[in-house]
Design a protein. Sequence first.
Length: 495
Amino acid sequence: MRAVLLTGGWIIDPATGREETADVLIAGDTIQQVGPSLGAGKPADDALVVDVSGKVVGPGFVDLHSHVNSIAGQRLQALDGVTTALELEAGLLPVDRAYAEAASAGRPLNYGFSASWGMARAEVLCGVESEASLLQALSVLGDLTWQGDSNPGQLSRWLGRLESELADGALGIGILQGYAPRSNPAEYRAVSELAARAGAPTFTHVREIRESDAGTPVDGTEEAAQAAMDFGGQVHHCHVNSTSRRHIDRVLSTIDRARDGGAGITVETYPYGAGSTGIGAAFLAPERLLAWELKPENLVMVSTGERVRDETHLRQLRQNDPGAPCIVEYLDEQSPADRALLEQSLAFPDSVVASDAMHITWPDGSTDSRQWPLPQGGMTHPRTSGTYARSLRMMVRERGYWSWLEAFRRCSYLPSQVMEGICPEFRKKGRLLPGADADLVVIDPERITDLATYFDSTRPSLGVEHLLVNGEFVVRDGEVFPEAYPGRGLRGAPV
Ligand SMILES: [Zn+2]
């Protein structure tokens, strides 16, 4: 592979805090040198020289929460600055099959999967045969047996299943606790203990918080924080923005307190006021909506763009196709007070950016395409296309909360650190240093912005000029290379 020399960019290494105008020399899949005027010394005669002066150069973003697992979805994420897209919150089961399928189809970006708590329970409680598919995982979430408790025999069977997934290289355990909100807290403690013992991180969509469900067996954030304290494991709290809604102050202070007490708990945020999930989710039941300060009209079906009319309509939709994706408007992005809440979760110290990117659905039911530009009519959540560019626009360009160094720390370095224990390969990601992986993004700091909207959700972001994965261009001069599939599977070290 031809060496690449990026000249004259503003380089940022969030691991050391270094930032200056310098060149970056890439040989094969590795960063070889970073320094001033590397071009002058003719380091490699046949190097491809790319002038990036006036641009910001940093390690590509590591997304801890991407459900796309597709070529089409990864290309949208590439144009948003992502070089590694990990499915950790839901996970896939069996991971062996998920890795094999991704490898045989090819991926533009690096990828990896956690073990799926949801599907391990579905196998044992509902007799479902796992197919390493997110759509299948979404479709079980509305099942009342699945939402219920496990007896001791069932519990030990699905814990065993998760353990064998870790042995097969799963990157931790993804726990959709919020979708089984009344299930026995002892189960959450058992899986947290197992993960801590195995040295595997957990990624939790937390149970209901007490403000939105006075009858919750335990507050969702407290439960996660307590598990981190008691078992000493590494607990990652997913999308703190969407599960906390207007109670972000209280939730963040719960996390703060746990961290002060030594708990290994990390958090992530995405910069949108609406979430996305299957219409059959427990917390979208008509009788539960009010506690979330929602009405049926705050739900929009992704495949049709249809707004839910009333309770009767909602019941019908939940019955017909509980896995059908919908948009949930939990904050009003037009309201300054609600926008301030979103900014607060993004600004929380050490909170990482993670997209919760969803798969794309086309009207014929397909969820992937090698075609680029994407075929018309694909629908997803705009966070799939725009999370990172939107965060940079809001937090760096418009509001000045983050320097560029801080932005790369939250988008690249801190998420890599979350993964280093389970997968040492992440020690070479999230950094712009000689010897680090050549996963790089070159950004135009004046232009970077999201363009995707709730109704034009596959519109790519603007301002990612170049993106390299393992030393290969996936984006060059703002255009996707449709022949580039340099992504590699990242697996957990055997435990
Ligand atoms: Zn979630």
